[in-house]
Write a protein that binds this ligand. Structure first.
Ligand code: 13P
Length: 255
């Protein structure tokens, strides 16, 4: 983390978990546990049907609620999709785009991730853009090339001004839900690579201001070590974001 240059953001990705009632109970439980811990932004990205209940429960607290995806078209014949305007209309501020599970199971490509990112930014949403290499790519020694390419393609035609509303989540696919965490050194190295690519695309100054999170089996035990790294500005947390004590411990590690 480097709080003098950029905001630390601890975000939960609930994935396909929590009904509205479960989300309400969870937010009510964790609200007092994270109250006043203002050295980082705290948010949970929720399934569409759970967002309203979670927002209602989080009202007046330091917890924000986001979505887990958004479509790129403003409206139309896209069964099952939700537009950026719709998210804005219910008061959503953040949206995850390009999560590896979307890329892996739902055919998302860098092209659709870029379209979704631009649509979200144009609608005034803040984007958590996920990218990262798969195991074979890391073993082949091409992690830097992969994340560099994803950064360039996913952010194509995104202006420096719009980039102020983008958080990048570096999530090595081999570390997601596997219990295998990148070492702090691996996380630092790849987050620094992403920042170097941003410096080439925009400028050194712009790159230094972008929050880059690490995600992939981040938990209450490894968070402090990961967050101690200069280029790791927060976490995008899956499993541990469903357990109030675990998530709070990660927030504490960011204080
Ligand atoms: P886990 O923390 O469960 O590995 O999930 C990480 C993730 O995919 C967050 O988006």
């Amino acid at each position: 983390m480097n709080p003098s240059k950029r905001r630390t953001v601890i975000a939960g990705n609930w994935k396909m978990n929590f009904t509205p009632a479960e989300a309400t109970a969870f937010i009510n439980e964790i609200k007092p546990m994270v109250a006043g811990k203002d050295n980082c932004d705290i948010l949970f990205c929720a399934p569409y049907v759970t967002i309203a209940a979670a927002m209602e429960a989080a009202k007046g607290s330091n917890i924000k609620i986001g979505a887990e995806n958004v479509h790129f078209a403003p409206k139309g014949a896209y069964t099952g999709e939700v537009s950026a305007e719709m998210l804005k209309a219910i008061g959503v501020e953040y949206v995850i785009i390009g999560h590896s599970e979307r890329r892996q199971y739902f055919g998302e490509t860098d092209e659709t991730v870029n379209l979704r990112t631009k649509a979200a930014l144009e609608a005034g949403l803040k984007v958590i853009l996920c990218l990262g290499e798969v195991k074979e790519q890391r073993l082949a020694g091409i992690t830097d090339e992969i994340v560099g390419m994803q950064t360039k393609l996913d952010l194509a035609d995104v202006s420096a001004e719009q980039l102020k509303n983008v958080i990048i989540a570096y999530e090595p696919v081999w570390a997601i839900g596997t219990g295998l965490t990148a070492t702090p050194e691996q996380a630092e190295e790849t987050c620094a690579t992403i920042r170097r690519v941003l410096a080439l695309m925009y400028s050194e100054e712009v790159a230094e201001s972008v929050t880059i999170q690490y995600g992939g089996s981040m938990n209450e035990k490894n968070a402090a070590e990961l967050l101690a790294k200069t280029n790791v500005d927060g976490g995008l947390i899956g499993g541990a974001s469903l357990v109030a004590e675990k998530f709070t411990a990660i927030v504490d590690a960011a204080q």
